[in-house]
Design a protein around this ligand. Structure first.
Ligand code: M6R
Length: 604
């Protein structure tokens, strides 16, 4: 989750940029940097880790008088979180910061290298500044060179570029990644990728639209739209509440994080899914040598992701897979074999029970792998190998986007292992890769769906309990749906395998028992349906979630027709998350900080 800031004015530019970056801290990052151009001289600083490291590096540096500056916080996607890969990226006499993905960077980079350009980083961003400088040599005009460069880029971006060729301007472009410019009465100009850094500085803001590009100087804001037509900025008053600005207009962090899932899944796939195979450059093939079993260990939501993984590993890669709740595993004197790969799953990487099981596995001499969202966390430091989820900072106590990225990783890993173990044909793998590529779109929240769930939620504020039911991987999803509801609504909810209801819980069925039935079209539909019919016959209130109409349901949330059950899984994941959110909102609960819970459970 990268962040961008920019400033043109007379104030202490360094301080303004650092302050702005601090406001973006809540999004998470692994490195940060600034570049300031003043009196014809560039000063640029970068540091990995926390912002304090950048503050430390810039301690001696002061700006006086007019300056232009740009800054960036980076969450690594292309290339590791090193100083060289941190933004701003430099050319001969220009600097650039960028959010998003330049999809055709490899081709542009190859052409530039062939022409003798040296690259310093592994990022896609660096091509922008070199391409700009190449164009500048022919156009001789910075704006023309910038415009030409933008037209050559494919992908999503928010870009700020500063250059000695036009010292008093910041060039900008926006396509698919957010960016705004703010003004105030002192004639200062502020850029940022969200409202938060501008609050207290700017009074009015213009939100750029996709395809907008242009430049800003002390006196002008020049904007062209995607058809190259000049347009006037459209200013709106800037909010004054920082916390609400951090939520980007959403009511809660949890809601924002549900909406972010499409982006963070795209980030998680980035560079890991080719036409032919799944690539994990962070994994050494030797990790799987001599392994005949995978044991997955976690707590809470991460445990549900692990359960999902066990189905996928056995189905696609034919590897025996077992799943353990960490707090149980650590005290039950488990038998550990060196042919077992021990996998811990954790959003935070700090959960005490999970961390302890990792230590136990290490002590027993097992090979270990961490699936984690926080680089440098205790688990990442301890495990032999790590696959980082790229969910960005998750603020809502109820985990949503971290779960989405964990399951995405496990789906990828099952295909990686299937290829290695020769358990799926190449054609079958390629079909799965196509589905993976469709995933970001599949989890995009549809307004109509959210509205329907909002309306429906009013019928589910009471009752003596909820049963979320599903079969196969929809059973862990049922567990996850029930956990979400429990956490933030304080209503009793259980996740259950659909086929298991008749072995006891069906005794509870009456109109006040709410069954949330996961009915995917492409996985055991008829079997799941008949389980729900059994509950409906006993008068349980049924809310069916399915792409197929179901006449025994009291309520029906229609999902899209998908090509495969994995896509149905992810779409239904969004539905159960939104349902819990809306029930909690109606009950007036604190969605982001539910009672009795902490985001990271670092005690036993
Ligand atoms: O950071 P971790 O993934 O290790 O956390 C594990 C659980 O504490 C966590 O998933 C918890 O269940 C969440 N509140 C679920 O929403």
């Amino acid at each position: 989750m990268c962040g961008i800031v920019g400033y043109i004015g007379q104030k202490n530019t360094k301080e303004i940029l650092l302050e702005g970056l601090k406001e973006l801290e809540y999004r998470g990052y692994d490195s940060a940097g600034i570049a300031v151009l003043s009196g014809g001289v560039f000063n640029s600083f970068k540091a990995t880790g926390k912002l304090i490291n950048l503050e430390e590096k810039t301690k001696e540096f002061q700006t006086k008088g007019f300056a232009v500056g740009i800054g960036h916080t980076r969450w690594a996607t292309h290339g590791k979180p090193t100083e060289l890969n941190a933004h701003p990226h430099v050319g001969e006499s220009s600097y650039v910061v960028h959010n998003g993905i330049i999809e055709n960077y490899a081709q542009l980079k190859k052409n530039l290298i062939d022409e003798g350009v040296t690259f310093l980083s592994q990022t896609d961003t660096e091509v922008i500044v070199h391409q700009f400088e190449k164009n500048l040599k022919t156009t001789k005009n910075a704006f023309d060179a910038f415009k030409k460069t933008i037209k050559e880029l494919e992908g999503a971006y928010a870009i700020l570029l500063v250059t000695k060729a036009e010292e008093e301007k910041i060039f900008f472009a926006k396509n698919g990644s957010p960016m705004l410019v703010g003004i105030n009465e002192a004639n200062e100009k502020y850029f940022a990728s969200s409202d938060a850094p501008l609050i207290g500085h700017a009074t009015d803001v213009n939100y750029f639209e996709d395809g907008d590009y242009g430049y800003v100087s002390a006196d002008e804001i020049i904007i062209y739209d995607k058809n190259d037509t000049k347009k006037a900025p459209h200013f709106a008053k800037l909010a004054t509440n920082k916390l609400s600005a951090q939520k980007d207009g959403y009511r809660f962090f949890m809601e924002k994080e549900i909406y972010e899932q499409s982006d963070v899944i795209a980030d998680t796939l980035l560079g890991r899914v080719s036409e032919k195979e799944v690539l994990f450059e962070e994994l050494d093939a030797s990790l799987f040598e001599g392994i005949n079993e995978i044991k997955l260990c976690a707590c809470g939501t991460s445990y549900h992701a692990a359960l999902t993984a066990s189905y996928l590993f056995e189905r696609y890669a034919k590897v025996k897979s077992t799943v353990e709740i960490a707090s149980e595993f650590r005290y039950r004197e488990p038998i550990m074999s060196k042919e077992t790969l021990f996998v811990v799953i954790s959003q935070s990487g700090e959960t005490a029970d999970t961390l302890e099981t990792l230590k136990m596995a290490k002590n027993a001499g097992l090979k270990t792998l961490a699936i984690c969202n926080v680089d440098n966390s205790s688990m990442v430091r301890l495990a032999d190998a790590t696959i980082l989820a790229r969910a960005g900072i998750e603020k809502g106590v109820a985990s949503t986007k971290a779960f989405a990225t964990q399951v995405t990783i496990f789906w990828m890993l099952s295909l990686y292992l299937a290829k290695r173990n020769n358990t799926l044909t190449q054609a079958a793998i390629e079909k799965q890769l196509e589905l993976l590529r469709a995933l970001p779109l599949c989890v995009k929240v549809q307004d109509s769906m959210h509205e329907r769930i909002k309306r429906l939620s009013k019928r589910y504020l009471h009752g003596h309990g909820f049963f979320f039911i599903g079969r196969d991987i929809f059973f862990p999803l049922a567990l996850e749906g029930a956990l979400k509801l429990k956490e933030i609504s304080y209503l009793h909810a259980e996740g259950y395998p659909s086929g298991e209801m008749k072995h006891g819980p069906i005794a509870l069925a009456d109109p006040e028992l709410f069954t949330i039935a996961l009915l995917p079209e492409h996985l055991l539909y008829e079997k799941s349906k008949s389980n729900v019919e059994e509950l409906s016959a006993r008068d349980s209130t049924i809310c069916a979630i399915s792409p197929l109409a179901f006449d025994k349901a009291d309520d029906f949330i229609e999902t899209k027709k998908q090509k495969d059950y994995m896509l149905e899984f992810f779409e239904m994941m969004v539905v159960v998350q939104l349902l819990s959110l809306e029930i909690s909102v109606r009950l007036g609960n604190d969605v982001d900080m539910p009672r009795n819970l902490a985001k990271s459970v670092t005690v036993e």
